[in-house]
Design a protein around this ligand. Structure first.
Ligand code: THU
Length: 160
């Protein structure tokens, strides 16, 4: 028997205004996108902003549905939109901002497992890391240098 240990490392910025200007602006776009989320069932709204290597910013937010599983998270709304509109562009960074009308969110809220899996597909496809920044409504912003860092032991096409 042997053990395999994989470490995940996050960088934490104390607040939004401690981010480098380009990331600050991207997170501001995510905050704006969150304001346009359609989340009447959970009252938990999420915004995502993706920066591409062609300079474009693609936004997404969660879109809920009366048939709950038919809804989609902000991150996947954004990444599939980027893939649909700019199939040849590389994704450089994703900023994510989550907030609830019910529970205060003042710590970084990471993307769900399904969204990590979706983002992983694009990181593998483009063969370069995607930086992920995430926060709550206020407070610290966490940074992951890659998606892989957030999803150890990922499922990918190499096993198909
Ligand atoms: N949600 C996201 O948009 N992203 C995540 O990573 C986690 C959850 C959405 C889905 C649902 O509309 C609401 O937040 C509550 O789960």
């Amino acid at each position: 028997m042997k053990e395999i240990k994989i470490e995940s490392i996050l960088q934490v910025f104390q607040s939004l205004d401690k981010l480098p200007p380009e990331v600050y602006n991207l997170m501001k776009s995510a905050v704006k996108a969150r304001g346009q989320a359609y989340a009447p069932y959970s009252n938990f709204s999420v915004g995502a902003a993706i920066l591409l290597d062609n300079g474009e910013i693609v936004l997404g937010n969660n879109q809920e549905n009366a048939s709950y599983p038919s809804g989609l998270c902000a991150e996947r709304t954004a990444i599939y939109s980027a893939g649909a509109q700019f199939p040849n562009a590389k994704i450089l960074k994703i900023a994510i901002c989550a907030g609830s009308k019910i529970t205060p969110t003042n710590k970084p809220i990471p993307p769900c497992g399904a969204c990590r899996q979706a983002i992983a597909e694009y990181e593998i496809k483009q063969k370069s890391p995607i930086e992920i920044y995430f926060m709550g409504e206020s407070g610290a912003v966490a940074k992951s240098k890659s998606l892989e860092n957030l999803l150890p032991f990922m499922f990918d096409k190499s096993v198909l």
